[in-house]
Design a protein around this ligand. Structure first.
Ligand code: HEM
Length: 473
């Protein structure tokens, strides 16, 4: 395998693995903050137990998210030094703000939240968790400012073969930022809600072995999770609609590939439900079409045609010169459908789940097949979020910064195929271990349930580590 392919595999592997934990911690952070707010407003102790219990799962995802984020930085430095040289001036500012302000805010208040249960007033304590959530959103914002530049460069000049920022405000107000930010945060919120509901459903399937306390905590958590999942999935679908329009305008090749369109569409344009493309021959092997829908999705109208990849390719050659502009079409087409399909599924599960857990007739808890559906939906937001990023990043081909710098140009000149192969195998091994430990710890926490927290509270350590005598033992 050549160096570029190996470096791309490493980028994909580290990013996909990192991104399992980012929306997990943003989303569960919100769910925990909501649960604790319910405790403060309703003065119902159950919500406090819920916040503490899911807080443990949130902490696990946060910890692994930070570790995998560090690996992400290493692979950037090792494999993409030309990219860093070209983009350093643009990337530097948002990433520094992210680390210095957002991440510090998040980690400081997370520490305070962990160690001050029952030491400060409940009202102040819940503020810590909300600040953690705000910090994580700010982190996401600055990372997406950097990513949005790669999708749609603004506020720069090219000097000595490097992109230099000449307008920080333009960088931050890049229209792509708001589309990505709203879609990504909504995707994270959906994940938090659906994952909490799903994990609670897994435990409720074993209801005979649960104590009264655990059962109540899981039932209440399932409903809170579904509410959050509902708000998240409505928002993610609405934000996705804006993303579609922006993509059509700024990256029409990505749009056409996500729709599997080689030739210009008819007017009105039909939307393809499923298809397979022969990428070598640049033709569609088969497809099932639904009339009008692509015009509606693209323009919110019953008419309007969409340019196909062949037409766009000619335009791109005219604008940027001769090279291959065709992205991996089947990958884009199917990732789009996985993302949107799971989005619809999560919306349905949230609505139907909330209906069947309503106070009057909560039959969902008694029907194992219904619990199974909610439980298995746990995996849907992870897949949808991953598919979303694969669409976004693969679809930018052949660029790292759209229209300015290509993938071929970005790779480190001195990295060897052997070192890449070794680091790929090492990262893969590390991720397998980290992932397995994470899954093991989550399952263990779920199995122990809220009862374990209750027991631990009653045997609170007799020595306060911050008290004077602690270090004399
Ligand atoms: C009908 C539903 C949806 C539509 C129309 C939609 C649309 C889009 C589009 C067009 C992009 C690519 C943007 C670009 O590269 O310019 C995208 C990316 C993405 N999507 Fe979706 N999406 C939908 C559902 C979801 C769901 C349910 C999730 C996760 C729970 C999700 C998560 C993401 C993520 C993480 C990205 C990458 C970041 C970004 O470019 O914003 N999407 N989506």
């Amino acid at each position: 395998m050549d160096i570029v392919t190996l470096a791309r595999i490493q980028f994909a592997m580290t990013t996909v693995f990192h991104y399992f934990f980012v929306p997990f911690s943003i989303g569960t952070g919100l769910v925990v903050a909501i649960m604790e707010t319910l405790y403060v407003t309703k003065k119902d102790e159950f919500y406090k137990k819920m916040a503490k219990f899911w807080g443990n799962i949130f902490l696990l995802s946060f910890a692994v998210g930070v570790v995998t984020g560090l690996i992400q930085e290493f692979q950037f430095g090792m494999n993409w030094s030309e990219y860093s040289r070209f983009m350093g001036d643009i990337f530097g500012a948002p990433l520094a703000v992210e680390a210095l302000l957002a991440f510090f805010l998040e980690s400081t208040f997370l520490g305070l939240w962990m160690f001050t249960w029952d030491k400060v007033s409940p009202k102040l304590h819940v503020v810590f968790m909300w600040l953690v959530f705000v910090g994580s959103m700010m982190s996401a914002f600055w990372i997406l400012v950097a990513n949005s530049f790669m999708q749609h460069p603004v506020g720069y000049t090219i000097n000595n073969g490097r992109a230099e920022m000449n307008d920080f405000v333009a960088l931050v107000t890049n229209p792509k930022v708001m589309y990505e930010f709203s879609h990504v945060i909504a995707g994270a919120i959906t994940l938090g809600g659906i994952a909490v509901a799903g994990m609670a459903a897994f435990r409720l399937l074993k209801k005979d072995s649960l104590t009264e306390l655990s059962r109540t905590v899981y039932q209440k958590s399932l409903r809170v999770g579904l509410w959050v999942g509902l708000v998240g999935s409505v928002t993610v679908l609405a934000a996705g609609d804006f993303q579609m329009k922006a993509m059509l305008e700024t990256q029409p090749m990505k749009f056409a590939a996500a729709e599997g369109l080689y030739e210009d569409s008819e007017d009105p344009a039909a939307w393809t439900l499923v298809a397979w493309m022969n990428e070598k021959e640049k033709e569609r092997v088969f497809g099932i079409e639904v009339p009008y829908v692509l015009s509606i999705l693209s323009y919110h109208e019953l008419s309007g045609s969409v340019d196909g990849m062949n037409t766009i390719n000619e335009r791109l050659i005219e604008e940027y010169g001769e090279r291959n502009y065709f992205p991996p079409v089947n990958a884009l087409f199917w990732n789009f459908r996985v993302m949107a399909g799971f989005g619809m599924l999560m919306l349905m599960v949230s609505i139907v789940g909330l209906f069947f857990t309503r106070k009057k007739k909560p039959i969902l808890y008694e029907k194992p097949w219904m619990l199974w559906i909610v439980a298995l939906t746990t995996f849907a937001p992870f897949l949808a979020n991953t598919a979303g990023w694969l669409l976004t990043e693969l679809g930018r081909y052949p660029w790292t910064a759209y229209g300015l710098f290509t993938i071929e140009e970005s790779v480190s000149p001195n990295v060897s195929a052997t070192s890449l192969l070794i680091s790929n195998i090492s990262y893969f091994t590390l991720f397998t271990i980290l992932g397995s430990v994470m899954v093991y710890l989550v399952i263990r926490t779920l199995k122990k349930g809220p009862d374990a927290l209750e027991a631990a509270e009653h045997e609170e350590p007799t020595i306060d580590p911050f008290a004077g005598g602690a270090f004399n033992e």
